[in-house]
Write a protein that binds this ligand. Sequence first.
Ligand code: URA
Length: 243
Amino acid sequence: MGKEKLQRIDKVLAASGYGSRKEVKKLIKEGQVYVNGHLVNDAGFQVNPFVDEITVAGQKLKYHENIYIMMNKPEGVISSTRDAKDITVIDLLEGEYSHRNLFPVGRLDKDAQGLILLTDDGKLAHRLLSPKNRVEKTYYVEVDGKLDDSDIKAFAEGIPLEDFTTLPAKLDILESGDISSCYVTICEGKFHQIKRMMKARGKEVIFLKRLSIGGLKLDEDLSPGSWRELTEDEISLLDTSIH
Ligand code: URA
């Protein structure tokens, strides 16, 4: 949406986390909303949220057209919006964001953990996920089995799976033994991709954590299940990850 476009005040407030359209109408009715110093009592009042000064209960509203959240997804939580049976990443967000249509960008398996991006910016999500943009994702992985140079070579050459051959991927071995650990960087996001790549090499993934998406790194201060909004710099980093 263009920055010059006028919008209804109730829509702007709802999109900024002040509640449902019904709840923000109540705030307006109660006389809590001012635009450029003038009391507004019409929910359909037109504003330009990028230009007009909007206050709610005396607090200045800082308008963001889109929301970008990084979450450290814990194991056991699924990366969809709603599910009848399992807890989803959206369930972990508190009420503040419940009126934004946030969705996870890409998937992480239920038993995997780490960085997941939640947004309502469909355009950015599409660009990050589009296979032609080859956005790199790095994972810390532990496998049952010994990793060696032949695995590095196979990852670099692309591994034939049942339905496709993977694009060249990077394998950095950290420790090699009965249980091995490594970093894996892939620029695709196919179903169970790393598990399938490792299986093709005779190894089973026993731990999987996503550390980065393009230039965006997981904030290690976020414990599993916690989240925060991205900084302006992090939003630009994501944007510049797309070639
Ligand atoms: N590869 C997998 O196997 N699972 C994920 O969740 C992500 C990459």
